[in-house]
Design a protein around this ligand. Structure first.
Ligand code: NAD
Length: 245
């Protein structure tokens, strides 16, 4: 068997990030687990039995991203698969959103994906192979059922970044796609929403339940697979039928 591919998953200490890491490991991929929360990250990576490397940095800081990716390239190798999963939720609608909150959310959810993509694309172009997977959200097109203005906007812009990078890199064997989940069983849903919000949502979701993290991870694996090479600039909805388009 050839060299293992190398994936970088941001927000790896979180529930969806961790599920994606476990899924990619099953596909014999070496995984760099990145998160801003070192304590949680080292705890999670120690729990995982597989070829993982924890790296702590803030995706919203261009200099930290540059330094982290440079070190990874030197010590491990070029990144073949980038999963831009780190994200923060805010539920405030526009009138309650301060300029600071707006910047804080856009910085992580959008700027981070841009900085990382910019750093990994040259190596992918050289190899003639690459996968970028952006974790968007149904909130981008629903206007935010429970999500706020900054969050919904950040995910909409992340979808546009997906299309823009897909167009730019398609001729180099690189695919850039997004996943738009809604209501996966994570603290964002199980803790940050109220009991009433969860009850109301379950009535609205045709599938009648929340999404499992492993189901989300399966879509990451699918998009990262060599056989998904003809899919680019696509956003895969994963919302239990909440919205068709
Ligand atoms: N949970 C859902 O139902 C749902 C739905 C749609 C989209 N999403 C998206 O999925 C992604 C993962 O969500 P989750 O539910 O696992 O959340 P989570 O809070 O469990 O995980 C997010 C992780 O990102 C990390 N992070 C935050 N800021 C960072 C930064 N500046 N640099 C590096 N890491 C940072 C956090 O420390 C955390 O470990 C997010 O982008 C989220 O917006 C989640």
């Amino acid at each position: 068997m050839g060299e293992k591919r190398i994936a970088l998953v941001t927000g790896s200490a979180g529930v969806l990030g961790l599920a994606a890491v476990r899924g990619l490991l099953e596909d014999r991929i070496k995984v760099i687990m990145a998160d801003i929360d070192g304590t949680k990250l080292f705890r999670s990576s120690a729990d995982i039995d597989g070829d993982t490397h924890p790296v702590v940095f803030d995706v919203g800081d261009a200099q930290q991203v540059f330094e982290a990716v440079s070190t990874i390239k030197e010590e491990i190798g070029d990144i073949d698969i980038l999963v831009n999963n780190a994200g923060i939720l805010s539920t405030n609608k526009s009138s309650a959103t301060t300029p600071e909150e707006w910047q804080r959310v856009l910085r992580v959810n959008l700027d981070g994906a841009f900085y990382l993509s910019k750093e990994v694309i040259p190596g992918m172009k050289k190899k003639g192979w690459g996968r970028i997977i952006n974790v968007c959200s149904l909130a981008a097109k629903s206007g935010g059922i429970t999500a706020g203005t900054a969050y919904s906007t950040s995910k909409g812009a992340l979808m546009s970044l997906t299309f823009s990078l897909a167009a730019e890199t398609a001729a180099f064997g690189i695919t850039v796609n997004g996943i738009a989940p809604a209501y996966v069983k994570t603290p964002m849903v199980m803790e940050q929403l109220t009991e009433k919000q969860r009850r109301d949502l379950l009535k609205m979701i045709p599938v009648g339940r929340f999404c499992e993290p492993e189901e989300f991870a399966y879509v990451v694996r699918f998009l990262a697979n060599p056989f998904a090479g003809f899919i680019t600039g696509e956003i895969i909805d994963q919302n239990g039928g909440l919205r068709f388009d």
